[in-house]
Design a protein around this ligand. Structure first.
Ligand code: DX5
Ligand code: ZN
Length: 214
């Protein structure tokens, strides 16, 4: 069964703790947290202090997506704040191998993410050491963008590259009931969805709707 990771980017930031609690009660499998530095992407969100503040509101794994030019200086802080998965971008300014070992050193699951234009063959050297690949189906930076279909081919190709290794494939951006079935068919294990879920009147119905249509 596919897992659903609601992205807090589209939650009500005026009451994040309550939102985290509500979404956890509504059947989410993980909580996806988008961390943006204003450099790697043209937007800013929140840092480890906020992650630490909302940690008590859910027992679900925190899936932290670092959209940062230089993630190395923040990995420890997010680990201490309560991240379970820490995902860095292959396109950041730093060596992915070093970042992965830093994440592992803190006992966290390590993920690598790729922008829509990045060739997934660049992930090959790192596959033996990671737990998750986050395939971006929109340009990172903002919620509410349209799903880019070429992400589906990437998921299919990635599945073949991964073979029997225990690596989860997550897809992030523009996921809604129209696009979710194709993501699952392509081989995605986790669907990250922000605006669709948080704009829905019932979070539980939104999450169930994404799972149902498989
Ligand atoms: C974009 C973020 C996504 C975003 C997805 O940079 O990585 O997690 O919140 O939002 P929707 O589901 O609205 O495309
Ligand atoms: Zn994300």
């Amino acid at each position: 069964m596919v897992q659903i990771a609601p992205s807090l980017l589209s939650a009500d930031f005026a009451c994040l703790g309550k939102e985290v609690h509500r979404i956890s009660q509504a059947g989410a499998d993980l909580i996806h947290l988008d961390i943006m530095d204003g450099h790697f992407v043209p937007n800013l969100t929140f840092g480890p202090m906020v992650v630490s503040a909302i940690r008590p509101y859910s027992s679900l794994p925190f899936d932290v997506h670092l959209m940062l030019d230089k993630p190395s200086g923040f990995i420890e802080a997010f680990a201490v704040a309560g991240a379970d998965f820490i995902t860095v971008h292959l396109e950041s300014d730093e060596d992915p191998a070093v970042l992965i070992s830093q994440i592992k050193k803190h006992g966290k699951k390590a993920g690598l993410s790729v922008r829509p234009q990045t060739n997934i063959n660049r992930l090959i050297p790192y596959l033996p050491d990671i737990d998750l690949v986050l395939v971006m189906s929109v340009e990172p930076g903002f919620g509410g963008q349209a799903f880019q279909c070429q992400a589906l081919d990437k998921v299919v190709a990635l599945k073949a590259l991964i073979g029997t290794k225990k690596i989860k494939i997550s897809i992030d951006g523009g996921v809604n009931p129209q696009t979710a079935p194709a993501c699952v068919l392509a081989g995605a294990d986790i669907l990250v969805s922000g605006s669709y879920i948080f704009k829905h009147r019932s979070y539980a119905r939104a999450i169930a709707g994404l799972k149902e249509r498989q």
